[in-house]
Design a protein around this ligand. Structure first.
Ligand SMILES: [Zn+2]
Ligand SMILES: [Zn+2]
Length: 189
């Protein structure tokens, strides 16, 4: 799979963003500007100064549109959604180096607000995934009570759960207990 390190970084920001949604966690993880600010710091998003309520609303809206891409059934359908997200962002690719990062492309327009900034960067990361024919790597966790999304970057596209330390393990334990119960049932007959 031809996915660059920069795309991988953008995808991890994307997953982090999508999994802050109330339909995922039961509560809104980006409830206010302070939480949005913490997200920006955590993900080291560059060229963002002060944030406002408008930014918060834009990012929450964008989050919904990005999440829809994870539920698509075809690349055509996904491409239409991603193209609309990127088009609305006003992307202007430019080559930059800053902080401890080597030369890379910024897709967001200079001084773009956080919403269009993320729409450009995360939308382009999704574009690269689709272009590589890898839409199926955009997954929703298969655990029955989990609504988290993830990008399966495993070699054989075999990942089924959002995080092996939580959902995967939880289900393995449940399956193990179920096997034990049926073994006990057999033993007692
Ligand atoms: Zn950068
Ligand atoms: Zn999960």
């Amino acid at each position: 799979m031809l996915i660059t390190h920069d795309t991988e970084c953008a995808l991890s920001i994307l997953v982090d963003l999508l999994n802050t949604a109330p339909e995922v966690c039961g509560d809104e993880r980006l409830p206010d500007v302070a939480a949005l600010d913490a997200f920006v710091s955590r993900q080291e998003i560059s060229e963002i100064d002060s944030l406002t309520e408008d930014d918060l609303r834009q990012v929450q809206e964008l989050r919904t549109r990005l999440r829809d891409v994870f539920g698509t059934e075809s690349t055509e359908e996904a491409a239409e959604l991603v193209n609309a997200i990127v088009a609305a962002a006003g992307t202007t690719p430019r080559l930059v180096n800053h902080d401890h990062h080597d030369w890379h492309i910024h897709y967001f327009a200079p001084h773009a607000a956080l919403g269009p900034h993320l729409a450009a960067e995360l939308g382009m990361a999704l574009t690269f995934i689709l272009m590589a024919g890898e839409r199926e790597r955009l997954r929703r966790c298969e655990a029955p009570d989990c609504a988290r999304v993830f990008v399966d970057l495993s070699r054989n596209r075999s990942r089924r759960y959002c995080d092996s330390r939580t959902c995967g393990n939880r289900l393995h334990v449940a399956a193990y207990r179920a096997r034990q119960r049926s073994a006990e049932a057999v033993a007692s007959t």
